[in-house]
Ligand binder design. Structure first.
Ligand SMILES: [Zn+2]
Length: 74
């Protein structure tokens, strides 16, 4: 039986924080970010928003919303 698992090469340290784009209101978007800190995840989410959702300006409100949706896995 073949199991499909991604190698750990991209997983640096403990990436305990995750964020799903759909949780921020972009239903239908399956993009997900992981990082070792909320700021790291937020940064990735901002970049994704700019590139994929044409968010040219991300204000504090949007940032707070994203931040509130970041999950912390123990
Ligand atoms: Zn998205």
């Amino acid at each position: 039986m073949a199991t499909i698992t991604k190698p750990d090469s991209t997983n640096k340290g403990n990436e305990n924080y995750s964020f799903r784009c759909a949780d921020a209101g972009f239903t239908g978007c399956s993009w997900e970010a992981k990082g070792s800190s909320p700021d790291e995840v937020l940064q990735k989410a901002e970049q994704h928003g700019r590139e994929q959702h044409n968010l040219t300006s991300i204000d504090d409100q949007t940032r707070d919303k994203v931040r509130s949706k970041i999950r912390h896995a123990a």
